[in-house]
Design a protein around this ligand. Structure first.
Ligand code: 6PG
Length: 499
């Protein structure tokens, strides 16, 4: 990541001084810059990356006030490097930018902790290694003084979107950065807000990935398709409303043969999913703040279930499922009809997971006093990042039409699409349930949709239960909001008290 960001910055004509604890890595980036300079720039410009042996040397090579980018794992390593920078003589008006996936509350703390040593700034980066190299999506937050100084660099290195179509302008060649188009970066807000937004991006990423995986399992186990056949279906979907980077790479992964055995590679990959924590943080944050985000949380649980391989092996022998009914039966035996239903189901579930993510950001913004611009956030996710998709253009437009939108499901375009597609969604969930194929995200999203459609939920009974055993009180439908009542459940005459 650090290497690729350095090369991207160098491509945009900024001089870079690079340091890593591993000297080979420093030599690697210097060598790569040299090779690319010779190949793509005919060696007519000076070296753009200086390799350094230690932090002091790196600081001495930078123009003051300096801009230092950290590309280290989240957590203690960030503070370790900050401490080393202090020891090496970093100055109060130098800017230090954390580009890792740090926990947003750590970022808030760090801005305060290092205030007298340097300007601590953060910029969450999405797009993986290729994104960092050729144009990531960048979510900067913190001091506006720092932002004003680095903004031109950020605009230069970020992914670009064609302003007319909203589609990414692709670039996969060094030394020739895209100059035109809208850069996928915007100032998010005060310290912590950028990392919070990136955290939610990752929560949505978890849901997006799991939704695609569930569709794969339904096509694989339900219709008996081979991985390559599912890959072909995904390629078709990628040409429609489900177009996304994650759909594109899933089609690719499924069509890849294992170089060792020739079997589909996906069958040779152990079905235990890893995670580094950002999806978990999103789910935890949604629970803490009281924002319903079941599809995102289910995606985290799905990874957890996947790691229970030994239990799953045992229980696969022990627990029975439904007698096998071909999934296609739910579409009158027509596979293509089922595939179309599943495509619509996936679209609807995807809308719900984005609705959850955006509502979560809105609720946290309110809590923290951040003024998040959701049209801009959707805009900078249209290219460069892992969840990039044409769909983000519709979200951008929804927030451009109504910046105060409380829930994406209320946007006319999504409300209409979900109403039209919901029957297909229900058929797909029924097919999964009746065939015993787990689809936690597709089905939890449907429960989310149906819950929001209910003007009256059984929470009235729940409040009755709470008042019964714990005198927790309830509000009444016929009295002003906030007035509390308690029924004396254990007394004979069951009188009602107003508290
Ligand atoms: C991105 C990715 C990137 C990384 C995450 C997720 O936006 O570029 O989200 O940040 O892939 O760390 O990793 P896990 O799946 O391991 O949690």
């Amino acid at each position: 990541m650090g290497k690729n960001l350095a090369l991207n910055i160098a491509d945009n004509h900024y001089r870079v001084a690079a340091f890593d604890l591993d000297a080979d890595k420093v030599q690697g980036v210097v060598r790569q810059e040299e090779l690319e300079r010779i190949k793509y720039l005919n060696n007519v410009v000076d070296a753009r990356i200086d390799g350094c042996n230690n932090i002091s040397e790196m600081l001495s090579k930078l123009e003051k006030p300096r801009v230092v980018l950290l590309s280290v794992p989240a957590g203690a390593p960030v503070d370790g490097v900050c401490q080393s920078l202090i020891e090496a003589g970093i100055e109060a008006d130098d800017i230090v930018i954390d580009t890792g996936n740090s926990l947003w509350t750590d970022t808030v703390e760090r801005e305060k902790r290092y205030a007298s040593d340097f300007l601590f700034f953060s910029c969450a980066v999405s797009g993986g290694e290729v994104g960092a190299r050729f144009g990531p999506s960048l979510m900067p937050s913190g001091s506006l003084t720092a932002w004003n100084r680095i903004e031109p660099i950020w605009q230069a290195i970020a992914a670009k979107v064609d302003a007319k179509t909203g589609l990414p302008i692709e670039r996969f060649e060094p030394a020739n950065p895209v100059k035109e188009g809208e850069p996928c970066t915007t100032y998010i807000g005060p310290a912590g807000s950028g990392h919070y937004v990136k955290m939610v991006h990752n929560g949505i990423e978890y849901a997006d990935m799991q939704l695609i995986c569930e569709a794969y399992q339904l096509l694989r186990d339900g219709l008996g398709y081979t991985p390559a056949q599912v890959g072909e279906v995904f390629e078709r979907w990628n040409a429609g409303s489900l177009n996304s980077y994650l759909m594109e790479i899933s089609a690719d992964v499924l069509q890849q043969a294992d170089p060792l055995t020739g079997a589909p590679l996906v069958d040779m990959i152990l079905d235990k999913a890893g995670q580094k924590g950002t999806g978990l943080w999103t789910a935890v944050s949604s629970l803490q703040i009281g924002c319903p985000a079941p599809t995102i949380a289910e995606a985290v649980y799905a990874r957890a279930v996947s790691t229970q391989k030994v239990q799953r092996q045992q229980l696969s022998q022990q627990l029975s499922g439904p007698s096998h009914t071909p999934v296609a039966k739910f579409a009158d035996g027509d596979e293509q009809v089922f595939i179309a239903q599943l495509e619509n189901a996936l679209y609807c579930a995807k809308v719900c997971s984005y609705a959850q993510g955006f509502q979560l950001m809105a609720m946290q913004a309110k809590e923290q006093g951040w003024k998040l611009d959701f049209a801009e956030i959707a805009k900078i996710w249209r290219a460069g990042c892992i969840i990039r998709a044409t769909f983000l253009q519709s979200i951008t437009q929804a927030y451009q039409q109504n910046a105060e939108l409380e829930n994406l499901l209320m946007a006319e375009t999504f409300a209409k699409a979900l109403s039209e597609k919901q029957n297909d969604w229900r058929f797909a969930v029924s097919a999964a349930v009746m065939n015993g194929i787990p689809a936690p995200c597709i089905s939890s999203a449907l429960a989310y949709y149906d819950s929001y459609r209910c003007e009256r939920l059984p929470a009235s009974l729940l409040q009755g239960q709470r008042d019964f055993f714990g005198a927790h009180t309830f509000e009444r439908t016929d009295k002003p909001a906030g007035d509390k009542y308690h029924l004396n459940w254990s007394s004979e005459d069951r009188t009602l008290d107003k508290l």
